[in-house]
Design a protein around this ligand. Structure first.
Ligand code: AMP
Length: 426
């Protein structure tokens, strides 16, 4: 069969890599893809938000199945558009994707269904929001309602910082309409973890646990990024905690949506804060995480197409999803200046050598062909991913491969997965 992957980052490269191992797949297309994806899939230059062109591609190339990577097309209703045309697609419909696209929807939904999450209030008026922040004091969290490319959340350590954030969102309208409504939220303490599941709207299958590193510099210093690396498993998610997350978060979410007439089909991701063994939801995402997908799919044994088709046909309970015992670590190599301004077009060397390191695969995130060479085209450039018998071994292999790669301005964290190592050796 023919499969289309929508997106062009490291997550989509990992999906394409996994699909290439499927016994069902004859050909993979990716829109728009990147230079690494182009080695395995036919990359088609269509925007992820151009649903008409994407559906035309699926029609004329007789593509049997589409898998969506990023949140934006999902929040704009790509799954609805494909369904109207009778096409199989993995990803939630627009109404379900609101869980990520509107933080207000998500918080109100959690409150209705008693899903553990931080206390909050919603504001449309700057003055009321400011009064509330002054009354509550710091630390406090300010969130723009809509999608803001991961930048719409400010964890403020002081009241001044919180008020400055309110001003940027509500008065300067830094995130445009995404800031029409603002959430002021209690600041939770604890350890963060991510939890992802496959679901067909009834059956929920947990993935192996994973954890990313959001800050740009070692020891969690510097500004937030899209993610500088990730590892799996995450020791913070014990079997007991996994059971609790399924019972208190995932099951009531999928059931609650169904009760409200929304069938959630695809991947649901919960960002969690864990304190005293109890999970609280920080956010929902309506798709696979990036870079968590890279180490997680590296551990998946089951054919991804079997899972995808079962989600579409609502028979996920028939599929036994199996994982490797190995651990996996992904180190992101970023452009100089990222997450701020950065230059593009830097030639990358050493990719072959890096891919030659045992149990390593280099996923491309922001790369393109430039005069026959592979060059940088984004902030996050590569996700060097290794598997090993434990986190330590996977980490060693990943960094061995990282040392083979060079491009002008390249930077990366040297401590990816150290957090898990501390626990592994306890
Ligand atoms: P979100 O996009 O909602 O996950 O927020 C991004 C990051 O902000 C999270 O990964 C947390 O580190 C932090 N964060 C969000 N909400 C809270 C909260 N209520 N308390 C503490 N930190 C938070």
């Amino acid at each position: 069969m023919k499969v289309l992957v929508i997106g062009g980052g490291g997550r989509e490269h990992a999906i394409v890599w996994k699909l290439a191992q499927s016994r069902h797949v004859d050909k993979i297309y990716c829109a728009p893809g990147n230079a690494g994806i182009a080695e395995t899939a036919e990359c088609i230059d269509i925007s992820v938000n151009d649903f008409d062109e994407l559906i035309n591609l699926v029609r004329y190339e007789w593509i049997d199945l589409t898998i969506v990577g990023p949140e934006e097309p999902l929040s704009r209703g790509i799954a609805d558009a494909f369904a109207r045309d009778g096409r199989k697609i993995v990803g939630p419909v627009k109404a379900a994707a609101q869980l990520e696209a509107s933080k207000v929807f998500s918080k109100e939904f959690m409150r209705r269904h008693r899903i553990p999450s931080a206390d909050y209030k919603v504001f449309t008026s700057y003055l009321h929001a400011e009064d509330y922040v002054r009354m509550k004091g710091a630390p406090i969290v300010i969130k723009a309602d809509g999608l803001a490319a991961g930048k719409g959340v400010i964890v403020a350590d002081t009241t001044d910082e919180a008020i400055a954030a309110l001003k940027r969102i509500m008065k300067d309208r830094e995130f445009g309409d995404a800031g029409n409504r603002v959430i002021v939220e209690e600041c939770l303490k604890g350890e963060e973890a991510s939890f992802m599941v496959f679901t067909d709207g009834s059956t929920i299958v947990p993935m192996v646990s994973s954890q990313d590193h959001k800050r740009v510099f070692d020891d969690d210093k510097g500004p937030n990024t899209g993610g500088m690396g990730a590892y799996s498993p995450a020791p913070v998610i014990t079997p007991e905690l996994e059971a609790l997350v399924m019972e208190k978060v995932m099951q009531p979410t999928i059931d609650g949506l169904r009760e409200e007439g929304i069938k959630y089909k695809g991947v649901l991701y919960a960002g969690l804060m864990i304190k005293d063994g109890k999970p609280s939801v920080l956010e929902f995402n309506c798709r696979l995480g990036d870079p968590e997908t890279q180490p997680v799919l590296a551990r998946l044994n089951t054919d991804l197409v079997d899972i995808a088709l079962a989600i579409c046909d609502e028979r996920l309970s028939d599929v036994k999803v199996e994982w490797k015992k190995d651990a996996s670590v992904c180190v992101v190599l970023a452009s100089g200046g990222y997450p701020g301004k950065y230059e593009k077009g830097k030639v990358i060397s050493g990719l072959e050598k890096a891919n030659g390191v045992d149990n390593v695969f280099v996923f491309h995130a922001g790369t393109e062909f430039n005069n026959g060479q592979i060059a940088t085209s984004g902030g996050r450039v590569l996700g060097v991913t290794a598997t090993g018998r434990n986190i330590k071994n996977a980490q060693e292999q990943a960094y061995k491969a990282v040392r083979q790669i060079q491009f002008d301005g390249m930077h990366y964290r040297k401590d990816i997965a150290n957090r898990a190592l501390e626990k592994e050796t306890e």
